[in-house]
Design a protein around this ligand. Structure first.
Ligand SMILES: [Zn+2]
Length: 254
């Protein structure tokens, strides 16, 4: 069913959550827009104006690595200052109640962790932009460390002092392999739940598109909360096209 108004949406979401033993949320950009994080892929989003740097290009030239870090630091105001929104806090509340074993996300903004979900329980399909790592030895570097070297060298992307490898934000770039372990865990979580909650994702980009079907095939109920219609609205038990923060806000426990 399509919820006709926020009140109906909230009531039916509550009924479905109460009836479920294990809820697995899958989140996309829409849950973070109220936190000031832009939706890169949306019409008017940054990726429609500026082509993202593909993984191969990052590896191929120092100029592209420098440019990639220049862009990242230019966005630090948005990412660095962002706080979890009502959607994040609602999911964190359900997590504390034991309803949610883990969250699958397409987001790279670290806001689920910031809302109180243990990092181990956040499965990031596209990585995380709030820290960096060496592409060769996987050593983690904080952005402040990268920034200091970037600025002191006149805008040059630093290499790993331990092994000489390239240092990149811990995101999955276009052309970079999907993280296999995260994919396996996301699949297992999806198969184990009895309520799958797709929030703020257009469910178009692979592998996001596959999860609602997997959940339904395994007998789970499906709720889709997204500003726009998705291809999977027809198989969902509840479809909500209302504001995410407004319909999830009542589920925040203080
Ligand atoms: Zn290294």
């Amino acid at each position: 069913m399509l919820a006709s108004d926020p009140e109906t949406a909230i009531r039916v979401i509550r009924e479905l959550i109460d009836a479920a033993a294990m809820v697995v949320p899958f989140t996309g950009a829409g849950i973070s827009t109220e936190c000031g994080i832009p939706d890169f892929r949306s019409p008017g989003g940054i990726w429609t104006k500026m082509r993202p740097i593909a993984y191969g290009d990052f590896l191929a030239s120092q100029e592209m690595r420098d440019e990639s870090w220049r862009r990242r630091f230019a966005m630090e105001e948005q990412f660095g200052g962002a706080k979890p929104g009502r959607g994040h806090r609602a999911l964190a509340s359900l997590y504390r109640m034991g309803k949610i074993p883990g969250i699958i996300t397409q987001n790279i903004d670290n806001l689920h962790q910031a809302s109180g979900i243990a990092p181990d329980n956040v499965i990031e399909l596209h990585g995380n932009t709030t820290y960096a790592s060496c592409l060769d030895c996987a050593k983690r570097y904080e952005l402040s460390w990268v920034r200091e070297r970037y600025l002191s060298s006149g805008g040059r992307s630093p290499d790993c002092p331990a092994c000489g490898g390239y240092i990149k934000t811990a995101t999955v770039s276009f052309g970079q392999a999907m993280p296999e372990a995260a994919m396996r865990r996301a699949q297992a979580l999806t198969e184990s739940c009895d309520l799958f909650l797709a929030i703020g994702s257009s469910l178009v980009v692979w592998p996001a598109a596959g999860f609602p079907m997997v959940a339904k095939r395994n007998g789970a109920r499906l709720i889709i909360i997204n500003r726009d219609a998705t291809e999977f609205d027809g198989i969902a038990d509840l479809v909500v096209h209302q504001d995410i923060g407004a319909v999830l806000g009542p589920f925040v426990c203080h």
